[in-house]
Write a protein that binds this ligand. Structure first.
Ligand code: AMP
Length: 281
C-alpha cells in the first residue's frame, strides 16, 4: 500500500495507473475505520483494478466545532487495518493540502438539502460537496463508493456529480450494523458504556416500525418511532422523516409508488447519530 500525503503526487500516480489501463475505485472517508468502511473497500476491489482510499477529517462539513474537535483521529490504527485489506493507495492529506486558500465555491442541490441533515446542519452538504469534488478532481476515479448509512449524502453526491459533469459512477452500498443492530459509525466509539447499551433502541425501533407500518398510517408510524425512542432517557430524536428515496420529498401515504426510506437523527448526550431504513409497504 502506497501512502500519499500530497495532491500532486497522487495526481501523477493516478495518471500513470490510468495510462496503463487500470480502472480506479475510490472510497473517501474521515477515518476511524470500521467494517462499514471496509465493506466499501471490498466493493471497490471487486469492481476495479486499483482501490484508492482517502482519510481526511473535513473541517468545512462540520457545523459544530465541538463535534469537529472530538471527532476520532486514529490514522495509525486505520493504516494497520488497511494493510490487511487490498488498498493500493491511501491518501492522507493535511488541511493545508486540501484547502491552501479559502474555497468560496457554492453548490445548488435543488430541494435535496432543504430537509433532514441539510435543514439541521447548515452548511454541512456544501462542505461535503466541496471536499468530494476536490477529491474527485485529484483521484478522477471510474467509480466512487458511498454508504447508504448517509442516505441523504448519497442523493446529494449523485446530484452534483451529474450537475458538474464528473464522469464518475456513484455506487451506494448497504449499511453495515453491529450485532445488536446499531449502524456502525466512527462516532460510536465516543459513546459511554451506558449510552452504548441504550443506542440499539434506535435501529431496533426502525426495524419494528416496518411491522407497525402494516397497520398504521405514515404519520402514526412517524409519531410511534419518535415516542418510543424519546421514552428512553439517553435518547433525544432530532427528526424522523419518511421520504421518497430519490426526491427526498415527504411520503404522506403508504400507497405512493416511490421507494420509501425512514431517516432518523438522534442526540445521545453530545453525540449525534443517524440511521435509516427502507419501508416496503
Ligand atoms: P465517514 O468516514 O463517516 O465520512 O464515512 C465514509 C463512508 O463510509 C461514507 O460513504 C459513509 O456513508 C460510509 N459508511 C459509514 N458508516 C457506514 C456503515 N455503517 N455501513 C456502510 N457504509 C458506511
Amino acid at each position: 500500500m502506497k501512502i500519499i500525503e500530497n495532491r500532486k503526487d497522487l495526481l501523477e500516480e493516478v495518471k500513470i495507473l490510468k495510462v496503463k489501463g487500470n480502472s480506479i475505485g475510490f472510497v473517501p472517508t474521515m477515518g476511524a475505520l470500521h467494517d462499514g468502511h471496509l465493506s466499501l473497500i471490498h466493493y471497490a476491489n471487486k469492481d476495479n483494478d486499483i482501490t484508492v482510499v482517502s482519510i481526511f477529517v473535513n473541517p468545512t462539513q462540520f457545523n459544530d466545532q465541538n463535534d469537529y474537535a472530538k471527532y476520532p483521529r486514529i490514522t495509525e490504527d486505520d493504516t494497520e487495518k488497511l494493510k490487511k485489506v487490498k488498498c493500493d493507495i491511501l491518501f492522507t492529506p493535511s488541511e493545508k493540502e486540501m484547502y491552501p486558500a479559502e474555497d468560496k465555491r457554492e453548490f445548488d442541490f435543488g430541494k435535496l438539502d432543504k430537509v433532514m441533515e441539510g435543514a439541521h446542519r447548515p452548511g454541512h452538504f456544501r462542505g461535503v460537496a466541496l471536499i468530494v469534488s476536490k477529491l474527485f478532481e485529484i483521484v478522477n476515479p471510474d467509480k466512487a463508493y458511498f454508504g447508504e448509512k448517509d442516505f441523504q449524502q448519497v442523493a446529494i453526491i449523485r446530484h452534483f456529480t451529474k450537475r458538474l459533469k464528473f464522469n464518475i459512477e456513484i455506487i451506494s452500498c448497504p449499511i453495515i450494523r453491529e450485532s445488536d443492530g446499531l449502524a456502525m459509525s466512527s462516532r460510536n466509539m465516543l459513546l459511554s458504556q451506558e449510552q452504548r447499551a441504550n443506542v440499539s433502541l434506535i435501529s431496533n425501533t426502525l426495524f419494528d416500525a416496518r411491522e407497525k407500518a402494516k397497520s398504521m398510517t405514515v404519520q402514526e408510524t412517524k409519531d410511534w418511532v419518535i415516542r418510543i425512542i424519546n421514552e428512553n432517557p439517553f435518547l433525544d430524536v432530532e427528526y424522523f422523516e419518511i421520504v421518497d428515496d430519490t426526491s427526498l420529498d415527504p411520503i404522506n401515504n403508504w400507497n405512493q409508488k416511490a421507494g420509501k426510506v425512514g431517516c432518523i437523527a438522534v442526540h445521545v448526550g453530545t453525540i449525534r447519530l443517524i440511521d435509516n431504513i427502507r419501508f416496503y409497504s
